[in-house]
Design a protein around this ligand. Structure first.
Ligand code: AMP
Length: 404
């Protein structure tokens, strides 16, 4: 991404900046924020703008209001938290386009911070509507995108808007995400190990095929390993298997073999008589999964095997849990692997919604080199795709000759 222009490479002093952030934070039943990591992740960009005396207009989405005003998904709660984190007033505007935000932005002072209401209260946001993008753009001199987690979407606030501003740049969060990712994928210190887990092979076909061109070792766990084990002739009882993916799994195994990549699959499992938190459970080898039982976690021997495979790794990329970690009875494999990755002497990059949750739960967040803030966006990078939100920034800079 050498063509991308970053916020500290342009002159923003005394300008009005429109910043697309991702403040889509989880809320409890009473509307309280339960995790403000995403808000904190944008603070470096906001603080830099404050230092440069800019007028800061922030915008984001929250949840899926489907184009309607849903009071429970108002960003007011984010304005309050942001204000507390910055120890500074954040003016909340009850709308994101039209006269109200236009006037508030016009009469605000440099150094003020304004947060607009949820972009997705308008259906035009998710349809990447040009008019809507133009209205957003009319609020600023410079557009900044720092919402990595939505960069894989073509929405008005990260694509259409860029067609109506002269200067576009990426913020520090996007720089951090892309830098870590590039270090890991394009230019890894070797041995490079990828760990892929989660439920479905079908959802991660492109990830696996892209990784198979780059890694030295591939560790596959979670339900997706069942499909690979079945492709190798194992009987995994009534476990979740994608039968229509068996042929694909066989081809992937051939490719891995040809490329001499070391593949690690589970050798034992925590099996259960039903898919439930209170199921009867036992540990068996993969060869001895009882008929009618389900593989719901990797077993202790597999944890040892995977941990051993990570010993000499210099770069580790991980996406997807090793089992049904939402149930305590099947969370041990994932949390044990969290510890192994956290303690490895390697650049460790973790991404994808579920993996992120597992790391927080195991209390090992600080020991990872980088935990991506983007689930879908991280996966699309792993697939080798270019993200529309990033492409739009590059196009804008090229068009307006801002290219470095
Ligand atoms: P993904 O979105 O593909 O990363 O999948 C994450 C989901 O995979 C989590 O909700 C896990 O509960 C689920 N999962 C992981 N391992 C298993 C398994 N052995 N059987 C069923 N579901 C699993």
């Amino acid at each position: 991404m050498e063509n991308i222009v970053y916020i500290d490479e342009i002159d923003i002093k005394d300008k009005t900046l429109l910043i697309r952030a991702d403040f889509n934070v989880p809320l409890d039943q009473n509307g309280n924020i339960t995790d403000d990591t995403r808000i904190r992740a944008v603070l470096p960009t906001i603080n830099y703008c404050l230092d440069e005396n800019t007028k800061i207009v922030l915008m984001s989405h929250m949840g899926r209001p489907k184009g309607k005003k849903v009071p429970a998904l108002s960003l007011l709660v984010v304005a309050k938290r942001l204000s507390r984190l910055l120890d500074k007033e954040v003016k909340f505007v009850n709308d994101c386009i039209g006269e109200l935000p236009e006037n508030i932005v016009k009469y605000a002072n440099y150094g003020d911070i304004i947060l607009l209401e949820n972009l997705r209260f308008y259906p035009e946001e998710t349809t990447n509507n040009e008019e809507f993008g133009k209205k957003l753009a009319s609020l600023c001199d410079i557009y900044v995108n720092d919402a990595f987690a939505t960069a894989h979407r073509s929405h008005a606030s990260n694509v259409a808007v860029t067609r109506f501003v002269k200067t576009c740049a990426a913020g520090f969060l996007i720089r951090k995400e892309l830098n870590y990712f590039t270090r890991a994928i394009d230019n890894p210190m070797r041995p490079f190990v990828a760990i892929v887990g989660g439920a479905k092979v079908s959802g991660k076909i492109e990830v696996l095929s892209n990784l198979a061109d780059r890694v030295d070792k591939l560790i596959i766990g979670g339900a997706m390993s069942n499909t690979f084990l079945k492709a190798l002739g194992h009987d995994v009882g009534s476990s979740l298997v994608e039968d229509d993916m068996i042929e694909y799994a066989k081809k992937t195994l051939e490719k891995i073999n040809e490329k001499r990549i070391k593949l690690y699959l589970p050798v034992d499992a925590v099996v259960a008589d039903k898919f439930a938190p209170d199921a009867e459970t036992k540990v068996t080898t993969i060869q001895e999964v009882p008929k009618g039982w389900l593989v719901l976690d990797i077993g202790p021997a597999t944890v040892t095997l995977f941990t051993e495979a990570l010993q000499n790794a210099k770069t580790i990329v991980w996406n997807g849990p090793m089992g049904v970690f939402e149930f305590d009875a099947f969370s041990r494999g994932t949390s044990a692997l969290v510890s192994s990755v956290a303690n490895a002497y390697a650049l460790t990059i973790v991404g994808g919604g579920d993996t992120d949750v597992a790391i927080h739960r195991a209390g090992e967040f600080a020991k990872m080199s980088y935990v991506s803030t983007g689930g879908g966006a991280f996966l699309e990078l792993l697939e080798g795709k270019t993200l529309p939100g990033i492409e739009a920034l590059v196009d804008c800079s090229k068009k307006n000759n801002l290219k470095k």
